[in-house]
Design a protein around this ligand. Structure first.
Ligand code: SF4
Length: 362
C-alpha cells in the first residue's frame, strides 16, 4: 500500500493526477499532512468524502506508533520509542536548547558501521528506514510536544549511518525543506556521517540533494587511533577523508562540524589536541569542532575523561584559533545521549530502556 509520506512534492502531484484528480489536491493533502500534521483522513475536511474514502482504502498515513517515551528530569529532553509496521523499533530524541528545539532522528534500524564506542551497532544493521518512517519521526514528535514547541532543527544523528540510506534520506530532506511540505530551513538540518567518503562526495555532487549541514565523526586525529575506534577508517582513511572534506564546495554559513568523542587515554591527550589542530591546518574557517566527553556505561571498555582534561583539550584548540565547543550530552538520565539509542528489550507490551549505559555520538 502506498504511504503518502514516501512522496516528495513532485511525486505527490504525479500520484494525485494519476488518480484522475486535479493538481490542487496535492496542495490540500500536503497541507493536512505536513501543515496540520493530522493523524487520520477524517480530519481532512476540505476533501470530498469520496476522496477521503479512497485514501483510506488505498494509502497509509502513519508509519510509526508510539510504544513509550521517557522525559529527562535533568533537561526536559524526551526520548521516543516507535514501533514500525514490521515490529522493529526506532528511537527519536526531542532536545530543548536555549532558544530552539532540535530533533535527533534515526535513519536505520541498527547500524553496520561498527564504531566500538557505540551501542546502536551492537546487533549490526537490521534494515534501512523508509522515507515515511524518517519523516514521521518529525511529524509525530511535533504532534506530541505541541505546536508551541516548534521543532526548527533536525539532526540525523540517531540510530544508523544516514548516508548508507542515501535515497530515503535525500527524499526525507526534500520533504523537510520544501515550503509546500514541512518547510524547515536548510541550514537547520544536519546530516552526521561516520565518514563514508564516496557518499559524502555524492551528496555534494547530487543537484537534487538539498544543501544541508554536514557533520563528520572524526574522533581521532591520526589514522591508527581512528582505526581502533572506527573500523570504517580502514577503508576510508583519515587522510583521504580530510582531503575530501577540504575540497567540498561548502557555502558560507555551512561550516562542517567535526565531531570528536573524548575517550580517556585513547584520544584525549594534549598531543591529540595539537595533532587535531595540525590536521585542520589552514582550513580553520571550514570547520567547527564539537567535543563530546564519552559517557561510560557498566562494562564499557572506555572511560570518560575528567573535566579538566576536557577543558585542556578545548583550550589547546582555541590557542590555534579553531572554533571548538564542548557538548555535554543531553538526556543522560534517559540514555538519550548520542550513541545510546537502542532499546533494551520488548517484553510483551512492556518496554524498558537502557537507563544507565551511555555511549557516544557518531
Ligand atoms: S556511531 Fe553512528 S555510524 Fe557509528 S556505529 Fe553508531 S550509529 Fe553507526
Amino acid at each position: 500500500m502506498v504511504n503518502l509520506k514516501d512522496f516528495n512534492y513532485g511525486e505527490l502531484e504525479r500520484w494525485v493526477r494519476k488518480q484522475g484528480w486535479k493538481k490542487f489536491r496535492a496542495k490540500q493533502i500536503s497541507k493536512w499532512i505536513y501543515g496540520k500534521k493530522v493523524s487520520s483522513y477524517d480530519e481532512m475536511t476540505d476533501l470530498s468524502k469520496e476522496i477521503r474514502n479512497y485514501l483510506k482504502e488505498n494509502t497509509e498515513l502513519n508509519s510509526l506508533s508510539l510504544v513509550t517515551y521517557e522525559k529527562s528530569a535533568e533537561d526536559g529532553s524526551i526520548k521516543f520509542l516507535w514501533k514500525l509496521k514490521d515490529g522493529h523499533t526506532v528511537e527519536t530524541v526531542f532536545i530543548p536548547e536555549r532558544n530552539h528545539y532540535t530533533l535527533c532522528v534515526s535513519t536505520q534500524v541498527g547500524c553496520a558501521v561498527g564504531c566500538t564506542f557505540c551501542f546502536t551497532t551492537k546487533d549490526g544493521l537490521i534494515r534501512n528506514l523508509t522515507t515515511s518512517e524518517i519523516v514521521d519521526q518529525y511529524i509525530q514528535s511535533q504532534r506530541f510536544v505541541g505546536v508551541e514547541k516548534r521543532i526548527s532543527n533536525v539532526v540525523f544523528m540517531g540510530m544508523g549511518e544516514p548516508l548508507a540510506n542515501y535515497e530515503n534520506l535525500k527524499k526525507a530532506i526534500q520533504i523537510m525543506t520544501d515550503d509546500r511540505m514541512l518547510g524547515l530551513s536548510n541550514r537547520k538540518i544536519t546530516v552526521s556521517s561516520s565518514g563514508i567518503i564516496h557518499q559524502i562526495k555524492k551528496m555534494y555532487q547530487d543537484k537534487s540533494f538539498p544543501q544541508v549541514r554536514l557533520a563528520v565523526s572524526l574522533n581521532a586525529a591520526d589514522q591508527e587511533t581512528r582505526k581502533k575506534i572506527m573500523p570504517i577508517s580502514e577503508t576510508n582513511s583519515i587522510e583521504d577523508l580530510m582531503k575530501t572534506l577540504n575540497s567540498l564546495p561548502v557555502k558560507t554559513g555551512y561550516r562542517i562540524m567535526l565531531e570528536y568523542v573524548l575517550i580517556k587515554g585513547v584520544n584525549d591527550r594534549p598531543e591529540d589536541a595539537h595533532r587535531l589542530a595540525r590536521l585542520i591546518g589552514k582550513n580553520k574557517k571550514r570547520y567547527k569542532v564539537n567535543l563530546i566527553p564519552f559517557n561510560p556505561y557498566p562494562g564499557s571498555p572506555f572511560e570518560r575523561p575528567e573535566e579538566e582534561r576536557v577543558n585542556r583539550f578545548h583550550q589547546i584548540l582555541w590557542q590555534y584559533n579553531i572554533g571548538a565547543f564542548v557538548r555535554w550530552s543531553k538526556g543522560k538520565d534517559i540514555s538519550a545521549a548520542c550513541g545510546q539509542l537502542r532499546k533494551k528489550e520488548i517484553d510483551g507490551k512492556k518496554v524498558s530502556f537502557i537507563t544507565k549505559e551511555s555511549l557516544n555520538l557518531k
